[in-house]
Design a protein around this ligand. Sequence first.
Ligand SMILES: Cc1cc2nc3c(=O)[nH]c(=O)nc-3n(C[C@H](O)[C@H](O)[C@H](O)COP(=O)(O)OP(=O)(O)OC[C@H]3O[C@@H](n4cnc5c(N)ncnc54)[C@H](O)[C@@H]3O)c2cc1C
Length: 237
Amino acid sequence: MKKNWEALVLKAMGGKDFRLTVLESEPVNEHYHRLLVDGGGLLEACGVHPTMWIRLWFDNDGRPHQRAYTLVDPDPATGRFHLEFALHDGCAARWATAARPGDTIDATVQGSGFTLPDPTPTHLFLAGDAASLPAVNSLLDSAADIPATVWLEYAHEGEKALTPRARAHHEVVWVPRRDGGRHLVETVTAAIPSDPDGAYYWVACEAASTRGIVKHIRKGLGVAKQRVDALGYWSAR
Ligand SMILES: Cc1cc2nc3c(=O)[nH]c(=O)nc-3n(C[C@H](O)[C@H](O)[C@H](O)COP(=O)(O)OP(=O)(O)OC[C@H]3O[C@@H](n4cnc5c(N)ncnc54)[C@H](O)[C@@H]3O)c2cc1C
């Protein structure tokens, strides 16, 4: 895949490039698709951490199109991991559903990093959706003993069939996508308690919803920035 100036900037920032090979392609349902890939040395070179994501280079009518995707169950012993795609009318989603074993795609690792705050949080408040479910799951796995409240926005009923990796002390609340995401913002901001001591907040929804929720946590509740991680995972257009 021909790359562009973005690739040069990422390289200058220490980005590492790999070629992934599709090993298995499995529709989960009409709204979600899972691939098993060989990482081409990515896991050995970069290690793994919760919420770890990579930049995939899709071909968009001959032009490079870079989008972020999360590693699911990376296995350093085999060098393999899964990728899970929330489906919509986009280049990345289209590539995923058409991908067959043997297909390859280029990936760059640059910008991903994560550590839970120290001391260990007393409670996790997580807000996400189908696109960030892989990252939510990796957080629930890595902090399995910590109580958590998870809000997941869904645009289609079928997305509720995706099973978050929740334990008994993890509460999952599914929230329908309404009013361009404002319903999620209202639901989360109304339910989130006013800064319980030692809580940690992680927000990865549509970009405007993410901003709305984070504004409430930081400015409304006065939570310190070290206890909040947030990234808009996609933009409604
Ligand atoms: C750190 C990070 C990790 C991510 N990990 C994952 C992951 O593991 N799995 C995953 O599915 N996504 C993930 N995403 C989101 C993914 O990168 C975006 O959804 C991306 O825009 C998809 O690219 P595209 O080429 O398919 O669509 P684009 O060309 O970006 O957009 C085309 C159209 O689709 C709409 N659109 C894009 N994404 C979505 C969506 N999720 N839901 C509804 N409509 C959408 C846009 O508004 C636009 O109208 C991640 C994002 C980040 C920042």
